[in-house]
Ligand binder design. Structure first.
Ligand code: ASP
Length: 323
């Protein structure tokens, strides 16, 4: 090919990607959630996705790609075409996986483009109704005495329920059997059925079960009580001083997604997070949208880097790894 034809081909390619970024979205957008349908991350995704659809003028379809603590779903987005039609909603686990996995196939800082932070959700330490301990103090004593007989359910290494359980076990210096699932929706089903004993999960999945007295609740992982569960103490006040985990969520696109496309997604996210219906639903579930200045690519980029730096040494100290 001659030089001028190469230049022409390059210009046409640049123009067609510019034109398709301008026309974006021309078809439904798939939002990948790296956990099972019906769980807490899925709930956040579906709540904002429905409103993002209005700004985008196209449906946001949630697809659940669970497994390996969320790393399979994140990997799916990293490998997807960078055209804005596959986006990711993931949580704090994206910042713990780099320290937990020896062989992670992607670099979360480099292989994804941040869109913005969504919401930070507290977790709750809960158990099946028939579990004997009545409060946190009794729970700790019970676990120490029965560590070979009890089971802790989570969503696999790298999930928020894994992180919370790992920090809790490390704080009370006890280890119990852990049972991994593809998300805490199926975990909750088994907890209600009594097949597993206890777990730690976001209020976006546990609020109605706690309010309906379907599970035992020992505390929330935020430093202040949650307005929708006013009688539940914080783990900090119940005796685990300084215990604090907040499950922050963000939206990302694959690396190289055109800026014009990312800008439209930022606007759609910000519109969703100021929507009264979204705010009301989040409040019912014990959370709230992030402030506007955090609903931005810059804030998510900085937060992710800070969280990776924060969790790395903590995880190293606990000494948990996966392949
Ligand atoms: N709560 C889960 C976790 O442990 C995720 C989910 O099922 O949404 O990360």
């Amino acid at each position: 090919m001659k030089f001028d034809s190469i230049v022409l081909a390059m210009a046409m390619f640049a123009f067609s990607s510019f034109a398709s970024a301008q026309a974006y979205p021309a078809k439904p957008v798939t939002m990948i959630v790296p956990f099972a349908a019906g769980g807490p991350t899925d709930t956040v995704a579906r709540t904002i996705g429905a409103v993002m659809s209005k700004t985008l003028g196209q449906t946001v379809i949630v697809e659940n790609v669970g497994g390996a603590g969320g790393t399979i779903g994140v990997g799916r987005v990293v490998a997807a075409p960078n055209d804005g039609y596959t986006i990711l909603l993931m949580h704090i686990g994206i910042s713990t996986a780099p320290a937990l996995y020896r062989t992670l196939k992607y670099d979360v800082n480099k292989d994804l483009e941040p869109i913005g932070l969504v919401t930070e959700v507290p977790m709750t330490l809960i158990a099946k109704l028939a579990f004997p301990p009545k409060d946190l103090k009794e729970l700790i004593t019970f676990l120490k005495a029965n560590k070979d007989k009890v089971s802790y359910a989570n969503s696999g290494v790298g999930s928020a329920s894994h992180l919370c359980g790992m920090l809790f076990m490390s704080a009370i210096q006890t280890d119990v059997l852990t049972v991994p699932y593809k998300g805490t929706a199926p975990t909750m089903t088994d907890l209600l059925g009594g097949q597993v004993d206890f777990m730690c999960d976001q209020t976006t999945n546990t609020t109605s079960q706690i309010k309906g007295s379907k599970v035992k609740a020992y505390g929330v992982t935020s430093m202040t009580r949650v307005a929708s569960l006013p009688d539940l103490p914080t783990l900090n006040e119940a005796g685990l001083q300084g215990f604090s985990v907040g499950v922050w969520h963000g939206v990302w696109t694959p690396k190289g997604t055109p800026k014009a496309v990312n800008d439209k997604l930022v606007k759609a996210l910000q519109d969703a997070l100021k929507d009264d219906g979204v705010k009301a639903r989040f409040a019912e579930l014990g959370t709230a949208p992030e402030p506007l200045n955090r609903q931005t690519p810059e804030a998510l980029r900085a937060h992710l880097a800070a969280e990776i730096a924060n969790w790395g040494p903590i995880i190293k100290k606990v000494g948990v790894y996966a392949d």
